[in-house]
Structure formats: C-alpha cells, structure tokens
Design a protein around this ligand. Structure first.
Ligand code: ADP
Ligand code: ADP
Length: 226
C-alpha cells in the first residue's frame, strides 16, 4: 500500500496539444479516488501518466516516497484494470492470472496460492481452466481484476473498467469492487463517466474540466454543492 502524490503535473502531447495542467493531488494510503468529468477533460491522460503509460511533461508523480517520472510501468508497483480486459486469449484463466508472476520468477507454490486466493475472492475458481472466449463479459472483467490482485500492488488504477458491461452487471460489479478494495485496503484511482459509479465508489471525487481540477471532495459535497 502507498500514498500517491501528484505535484504540479501537466501533459503536452507531441504536436503541442495541452491535455492536462497543474494537477495537485495528494492521495492517502488506502484511499479510493474517482476521477470524473466530461469526455476529453484529461482523466485518461492523468491516469496513464500515473501508470507510466504516458510521459509526464511537467511536475512529479510520487508513489510512496519515490518519484516515478522515470520509472518503467512494471517497476511502479501498480496494477491497472482496463475496460477491454486485456486478457491473453490463447491462455487459460489460470495462466492469465499466473503469467506476470511467472515472469517475475515467483515460486510455483506462491503463484498457486495467490491465484487460488484471488479466484476465491472473485468467485472464478470454477473457470480457471477455461479460455477467456468461453467466459461472459462480467467473468472476463473478474479475471482482469484477478490479474491485478495477484500482483499485490501498492495501488490499483482503473480505466473505466465496467463500461463494456450491461447496466445490471455494472451495478453488481461496482459493489464488488468496493468490497474488494475495503478488504484489501489498496489505494485506488478509478476513472469513470458514470455518476452513480463515482458516488458509490469514491472516498473523494476529483472533477476535471479542460485538463484542470475543478473540484475535489466527498461525493455528497461535490454533487450537492449549491
Ligand atoms: P478523457 O479521458 O477525460 O476523455 P483524455 O485524457 O483522453 O480525456 O484526453 C484529454 C485531451 O488530450 C483531449 O483533448 C484529447 O483529444 C487529447 N489527447 C488524448 N490523447 C492524445 C494523444 N495521444 N495525442 C494528442 N492528443 C491527445
Ligand atoms: P502480465 O500482463 O500477465 O502481468 P507481464 O508481466 O509480462 O504479464 O506484463 C508486461 C509488463 O507490464 C510487466 O513487466 C508487468 O509488470 C507490467 N504489467 C502487467 N500487467 C500490468 C497491469 N495490470 N498493470 C500495470 N502493469 C502491468
């Protein structure tokens, strides 16, 4: 677990488009932050800079006490959950969960234990030998979450993870994400354009507009502001 500090961060894309300006955000250890705002306001850019998937043009990002501007994504101790699941289609669910740990040389017994624990938490134990194509959208998203959990990262970064699911499943999955985060206590940053999702999940909401922070506060402060 770790705090995340975003200090005066800005992003100018190649070609000169300014996507994000002067973002200052201190996220406490274990806090669940939701980034909201209209399409194009810079949510995804900010998340991807924290993940290391985009370079940081201005300012600094710290995970724990470490400045990560020049640290590769794999060495940032974060796990990202994407909208499109990003599963390996030719691998079983077990291997999808185990792959990253295998690459890191984690001992087989430890891998098995972590995969079993994540699968139990997400209720996908019965699907471990299946390939992703034999799973429903909701089951695939559980596998994607499982892959993040087995890494035991300092933070989870969620990029609209539920937006490919139907409305009913979105409601049940958002409850599940909240329960998992309470149980694991992992610092989380979650991007969504769904207001209910934001209200349900957030300890604090960060509203972006035109690449800047417009408002930060508890969900009821933000949505019931006069
Ligand atoms: P959101 O996630 O809130 O929809 P984005 O972070 O995707 O917003 O985009 C913020 C701004 O940056 C938008 O104006 C968008 O067009 C621009 N942008 C995003 N990605 C790139 C890119 N790779 N190159 C240039 N401009 C980009
Ligand atoms: P896997 O995607 O199964 O973890 P790899 O470990 O080969 O497989 O992934 C490629 C690199 O990307 C690795 O160095 C890993 O640390 C990093 N990586 C993998 N999954 C994630 C994720 N969900 N979030 C952030 N980084 C990841």
């Amino acid at each position: 677990m770790a705090s995340i500090d975003v200090e005066n961060v800005g992003k100018i894309y190649t070609g000169g488009v300014r996507a994000v300006s002067d973002i200052r955000l201190n996220i406490a250890d274990g806090e669940f932050i939701v980034l909201v705002g209209p399409s194009g306001c810079g949510k995804s850019t900010l998340l991807r800079m924290i993940a290391g998937l985009e370079t940081i043009s201005e300012g600094e990002v710290k995970i724990g006490s470490k400045v990560v501007n020049n640290v590769e994504p794999a060495d940032r101790d974060i796990a990202m959950v994407f909208q499109n699941y990003a599963l390996y289609p030719h691998m079983t669910v077990y291997n999808n969960l185990a792959y990253g740990l295998k690459n890191r040389g984690t001992p087989k017994a430890e891998i098995d234990a972590r995969v079993a624990e994540a699968a139990r938490m997400l209720e996908i134990t019965q699907y471990l030998e299946r390939k992703p194509r034999a799973l429903s959208g909701g089951q695939r998203q559980r596998v994607a979450m499982g892959r993040a959990i087995v890494r035991k990262p300092a933070a989870f970064l969620f990029d609209e993870p539920l937006s490919n699911l139907d409305a009913k499943l979105r409601v049940s999955m958002r409850g599940e994400i909240k329960r998992l985060q309470r149980r694991l206590g992992t610092t989380s940053i979650y991007v969504t354009h769904d207001q209910l999702e934001a209200m349900t999940l957030a300890d604090r909401l960060v509203v972006l507009n035109g690449g800047k922070i417009e408002q930060i506060g508890a969900p009821l402060e933000v949505y019931h502001a006069p």
